[in-house]
Design a protein around this ligand. Structure first.
Ligand SMILES: [Ca+2]
Ligand SMILES: [Ca+2]
Ligand SMILES: [Ca+2]
Length: 249
């Protein structure tokens, strides 16, 4: 389905395969919005060009990569993706994006990962992502092929047991964290293969007694890393520090 000009809105009540939805005119008003109240959204090719925004909502299913090839599933300006059973999947099931500006991804169910790959054609990306289900097991994995990654409000969080991995590839491609990264039950990993990782003042990477791993090719500028068990965070601990051989003078 191609539109010469204007927005595209699709409402469905079952699994929908998006074979080829393209906006032929690159304009800020030419957004593409697809919502299904039941079933999945299988994305083959959606192209809103560099200015049109993409909104996909699968109330009771998943948003999946519908193609075998690792080519772009979604081209657009910003994308807002919401599903219950996952957004992309590990391996080639990852959702392949080429977004001009930003991605906001939310998974609400007990299962399903968020696995997205911003391709080189998309360049830099701002991200916020959440696994919102307290009983959830899904991870959040975002890899950016050749661009900087900026974590923006409301940040990246996992309410269940899943882990967070954010990775930027490419020379000088930094990761900048403006809002917290939190996993309630899993680990938090941030890797800039060719650049720096910078946490803005006052930001926190937090787990419940699980590992926090920050790696950069250049510099690491830390805010606060908090890998305490949650119980230690809520109940104050009395510390006694003895320093044998040290005298106050
Ligand atoms: Ca836009
Ligand atoms: Ca594919
Ligand atoms: Ca893929």
């Amino acid at each position: 389905m191609d539109t010469a000009n204007g927005a595209v809105t699709v409402e469905a009540g079952s699994t929908i395969a998006v074979e080829d939805v393209a906006s032929l005119t690159d304009a800020d008003d030419n957004d593409i919005s697809i919502h299904t109240t039941a079933g999945d959204i299988e994305v083959h090719v959606m192209d809103a060009q560099t200015s049109g925004d993409v909104t996909l909502t699968a109330d009771t299913g998943k948003i999946a990569d519908g193609t075998v090839a690792e080519s772009e599933n979604i081209v657009g300006d910003s994308a807002v993706l919401t599903a219950r059973d996952g957004i992309g999947a590990p391996g080639t099931g990852n959702l392949n994006l080429a977004l001009t500006s930003s991605l906001s991804a939310t998974n609400t169910g007990e299962t399903g990962d968020i696995v997205v790959y911003q391709m080189a054609a998309g360049g830099d990306l701002s991200l916020d992502a959440v696994q919102s289900n307290l009983l959830g097991s899904g991870n959040i994995t975002l890899v950016i092929e050749n661009g900087t990654l900026t974590v923006v409000s409301p940040g990246v969080s996992v309410a269940g047991t899943g882990s967070v991995l954010l990775q930027a590839e490419g020379d000088g491609k930094d990761i900048t964290i403006h809002t917290d990264l939190v996993s309630s039950g899993g680990t938090v990993t941030v890797i800039s293969d060719g650049g720096s990782v910078t946490m803005a003042e006052g930001t926190t990477l937090q787990t419940d007694g699980r590992a926090i791993d920050v790696q950069a090719d250049a510099n690491v500028v830390l805010g606060r890393l908090d890998a305490r068990a949650a119980a230690d965070r809520t109940s104050p601990v009395d510390w006694t520090i003895s320093l044998p051989g040290v005298r106050w003078v």
